[in-house]
Design a protein around this ligand. Structure first.
Ligand code: C2E
Ligand code: CA
Ligand code: CA
Length: 395
């Protein structure tokens, strides 16, 4: 209501202000020029600079405005153009006004098309998972894989998750897609465990929207129960931004308390506040490759990584280095006592059969001690995986 009041106060009285729904408003300026409309739009953006008071406390909001000219005859076209301009304003960081142009229209049409294709992708079976191994730095062994989603689009070919995950999040499609990813990753892991007798674990990326839902705990636990995998076989990867969502953190705490493991992905690129580590349900930190790229060459970066490894170990967290692309980085990680490493130097993400071939190979080439690679045996009574004589590996 306060926002509506502020809009009405800012827009000259001869124009119409209306609420479309949710947090979307429309301002209709009749008998005006595009330049004057732009001036009004800019006024609106600056009008939001002053905080709103709720119970005497100040809250700041920003606004994104799309401006479109009515030269298209149909009101629907006008609304759609304004909408694409508004989305462009959001994508450019928000808190600004953007004027519609035909390039925006083109981009909006492509998005719309991609969105419709995304709706059908699940039922057409166009998704698959690739798996990238994480190697244990001390031994070179592969015991964990990260599942990475791939979309084989019938026309565009392989579409990167970087371009369709955000779209899936905006449209809510991330929920059914995320369910599919979870089930497929667990099914594959179960099959590998059975065939290779090794305590393989799988990491699955989950978006905050998925975790925030009340059903999340149930979804994860029942998917695990259906495959019969131990809870600790699953690692959920979340980013630091999940902290902004209290209910997501609560769900995460539930699944972690049940025994599922949790990793902070892209560690160091988000809030970068270490204080939250005390409060977060977390087992593992995956350090973003920004902190890994110059390891060994750059003394400052090496000391930062050394401090991160020590901090993680003090807090009893496992630490994974992401984006290891060169052998020198691997050796540096070995020296720093980093637990696990992942990256192109170890292996690119691979289709399931390629990942399975890696399992058979056992470990990173030329990096013994890939401890006497004897086959894993399952102790039926304990349901635990044993390797060689007597040594129990975590299952
Ligand atoms: P991420 O979780 O940080 O995944 C790691 C990304 O880094 C992957 O890109 C991987 O191919 C790439 N990568 C691995 N090693 C190296 C390296 O040595 N150098 C470089 N330059 N890159 C490396 P990908 O597969 O394109 O995935 C991108 C992002 O998409 C993922 O980032 C993740 O945030 C998201 N994503 C992927 N699958 C899923 C999913 O099933 N669900 C959700 N919610 N997000 C997913
Ligand atoms: Ca990840
Ligand atoms: Ca990452």
């Amino acid at each position: 209501m306060q926002v509506a009041n502020r809009l009405v106060q800012t827009v000259p009285a001869e124009h119409l202000v209306a609420r479309l729904g949710g947090d979307e408003f429309v301002v209709l300026c009749e008998d005006t020029t595009l330049v004057r409309a732009q001036v009004i739009a800019n006024h609106l953006v600056t009008a939001f600079a002053a905080p709103f008071l709720l119970d005497g406390r100040p809250y700041r909001l920003t606004t994104s405005v799309g401006v479109a000219p009515a030269d298209a005859a149909q009101p629907e076209d006008l609304m759609r153009s304004a909408d694409s301009a508004m989305y462009a304003a959001k994508r450019r960081g928000g808190n600004q006004a953007v004027i519609f142009d035909s390039g925006l229209h083109e981009a909006a049409m492509q998005r719309l098309e991609l969105e419709q294709d995304l709706y059908r992708a699940l039922e057409r079976g166009e998704f698959e998972l690739h798996y990238q191994p994480l190697a244990r730095v001390a031994s070179g062994e592969f015991l964990a894989f990260e599942a990475l989603l791939r979309w084989q689009h019938p026309v565009r070919g392989m579409v990167s998750p970087v371009s369709f995950i955000p779209l899936a999040e905006e449209t809510g499609l991330i929920i059914p897609i995320g369910d599919w990813v979870l089930r497929e990753a667990l099914r594959q892991t179960r099959a590998w465990r059975e065939r290779h007798r090794r305590p393989i674990t799988v990491s699955v990326n989950v978006s905050t929207q998925q975790v925030a839902r009340a059903e999340f705990t149930e979804t994860v636990l029942s998917a695990l129960a259906e495959t019969g995998l131990p809870l600790a076989a699953l690692m959920l990867e979340v980013t630091e931004s999940i902290l902004a969502d209290g209910s997501a953190v609560a769900r995460l705490r539930d699944v972690q308390a049940a025994g599922v493991r949790v990793a902070i992905d892209d560690f160091g690129t988000g809030y970068s506040s270490l204080a939250y580590l005390q409060a977060m349900p977390v087992d593992e930190l995956k350090v973003d490759r920004l902190f890994i790229d110059r390891l060994g060459d750059d003394a400052r970066q090496t000391s930062i990584m050394s401090a991160i490894v020590q901090l993680a170990h003090t807090l009893d967290l496992l630490i994974v280095a992401e984006g290891v692309e060169r052998e020198a980085q691997w050796h540096e990680l070995e020296a720093l006592g980093c637990d696990n490493a992942q990256g192109y130097w170890i292996s690119r993400p691979l289709p399931a059969d390629g990942a399975e071939a890696l399992l058979l190979r056992g470990g990173v080439w030329g990096h013994p001690p890939v401890a006497e690679m004897q086959p894993w045996q399952v102790d039926q009574r304990e349901g635990k995986f044993l390797r060689g004589a007597g040594s129990t590996a975590e299952a």
